[in-house]
Design a protein around this ligand. Structure first.
Ligand code: EPU
Length: 417
């Protein structure tokens, strides 16, 4: 199993190019199921989760051509196996995103129930409830969701909580339904907007994406299109936090500041000097950061996917920061690993009280999930001595060539067997 060896060594200087967003690429790849024509995608990140999605779609009969690792052509003319098997779903929960498009285009789908994961129970009853409201007959047997509908019918759906993949699944179901659907309490995440924009290019009639009410007028069929996946705001935020911890000056390219407002505000509060222009963000940090308090909430508030990285920054900051996690019930797994590096963090239910220390020290630590792994990398870049991060397959699910990107700005980081 691969590990990362990181030696804390002072400031990061240079430029990093940000990849396409994992959480936009995954639903958009699944949107290819909605048409028999070819969907051409560019700026697809080269990640384990993208490879898993490719395998899932190919297993259903999707023809996938790749010009290079970042460009995909998906043709759904011969899709005929309407199953997402347990073996793939258990490795990637986002596989649930094939349910909506399969049901909408073929009137049938069989998808393994994802089950819980390291950060929480993560049920999918909102996806199911929404599709039932559109007229689907759904049964759960032997761990699989079986969904059937002659043609889905437009419906008014109000989700009980803001759910990102739930909104995406229902949006993909509604685009081919008969009549008009509204999804209320919809997720406003930029990745939902990117999916909606791709669907509109394919011929879907959608309005209100980016607000909490999305309206979809169902159409008979969708067509081929070309779409460039949006930049990864969480990868961007992760590298910004790396500079906060290790210091230095880095320019991030191929990204956008307007999808990161809450994160940039908190970084400025912590003392960063940040500038941004068309397609770039520059950060300069020369002093010890000031601890910040934050609370994770659905977009546009502070993202849960940046909580662990801010925890690593706070661990080294001056003062005390209070971090409340409101989205997932078990997303503090990085705390005990950061403590092994000398961090002072107390957890009380969904709140972590982080009192910054002058120095962290390198240690052997274990990655437990994707963003927890990123927080350990950030801590390691600023720690004294060597850190070995074990189980980095979590990182490979969501960060493209992280060791090359950080190595390019001067970090001492290598992948070891
Ligand atoms: N929830 C339910 N029932 C549902 C759906 C959601 O109770 O039917 C709960 C969840 O258990 C959670 C909350 O609602 O407590 C929000 O979950 P959401 O459905 O929004 O999460 P998700 O769609 O499964 C996506 C991202 C996550 C990100 C969350 C929150 C993808 C592929 N995944 O997950 O990304 O943390 O939204 O923003 O888009 C990551 O990239 O590291 C990651 C975990």
């Amino acid at each position: 199993m691969d590990k990362l060896k990181i030696t804390g060594n002072g400031p990061l200087e240079g430029e990093i190019t940000i990849s396409g967003a994992k959480n936009a690429a995954l639903p958009i790849l699944c949107a290819s199921l909605l048409t028999a024509d070819t969907l051409r995608l560019t700026n697809v990140p080269q990640l384990k989760d993208v490879m898993t999605t490719q395998k899932l779609l190919q297993g259903m009969g999707m023809r996938v051509m790749t010009d290079n690792v970042h460009e995909f052509e998906l043709t759904g003319a011969s899709v005929d196996k309407l199953v997402a098997p347990y073996e793939l779903v258990k490795t990637m929960r986002a596989s649930i995103l094939v349910l909506g498009p399969m049901l909408a285009r073929f009137g049938e789908a069989k998808v393994s129930l994802p089950g819980g994961c390291a950060i929480g129970a993560r049920p999918v009853e909102q996806h199911i409830k929404g599709m039932q409201a559109m007229g689907a007959e759904i049964t759960i047997e032997h761990g699989y969701i079986h969904a059937r509908a002659k043609r889905l019918k437009g419906a008014r759906i109000v989700t009980d909580m803001v759910t990102v993949t739930g909104t995406e699944n229902l949006l993909m179901a509604a685009v081919l339904a008969e009549g008009t659907s509204t999804i209320e309490n919809a997720a406003r995440e930029p990745e939902v907007v990117d999916l909606a924009e791709c669907l509109i290019k394919m011929g879907a009639k959608i309005s209100g994406h980016g607000t909490d009410t999305i309206t979809v007028e169902g159409v008979e069929r969708l067509y081929g299109a070309e779409h460039r996946v949006m930049p990864d705001r969480i990868e961007t935020g992760t590298f910004l936090c790396a500079v906060m911890a290790a210091k230095g000056k880095v320019v991030l390219r191929n990204t956008r500041a307007n999808i990161l407002d809450s994160v940039l505000d908190k970084l400025r509060e912590a003392g960063a000097y940040i500038e941004a222009g068309d397609g770039w963000i520059a950060i300069e940090m020369r002093q010890r950061p000031k601890a910040v308090s934050l609370r994770t909430e659905p977009y546009p508030a502070f993202p849960t996917d940046m909580q662990a990285q801010f925890m690593a920054m706070n661990a080294l900051a001056s003062g005390t920061g209070i971090i409340s996690e409101t989205i997932f019930e078990n997303r503090f797994m990085h705390v005990s690993e950061l403590a092994r590096m000398g961090a002072d963090i107390r957890i009380d239910s969904h709140t972590a009280v982080v009192t910054g220390v002058e120095r962290l020290s390198g240690a052997n630590v274990m990655a437990t999930d994707l963003r927890a792994s990123a927080s350990l990398v950030i801590a390691a870049l600023a720690a004294e001595g060597d850190t070995i991060v074990d189980r980095i397959y979590h990182l490979d699910r969501g960060y493209e060539h992280i060791e090359q990107k950080l190595g390019g700005v001067g970090a001492l980081i290598e992948r070891i067997q």
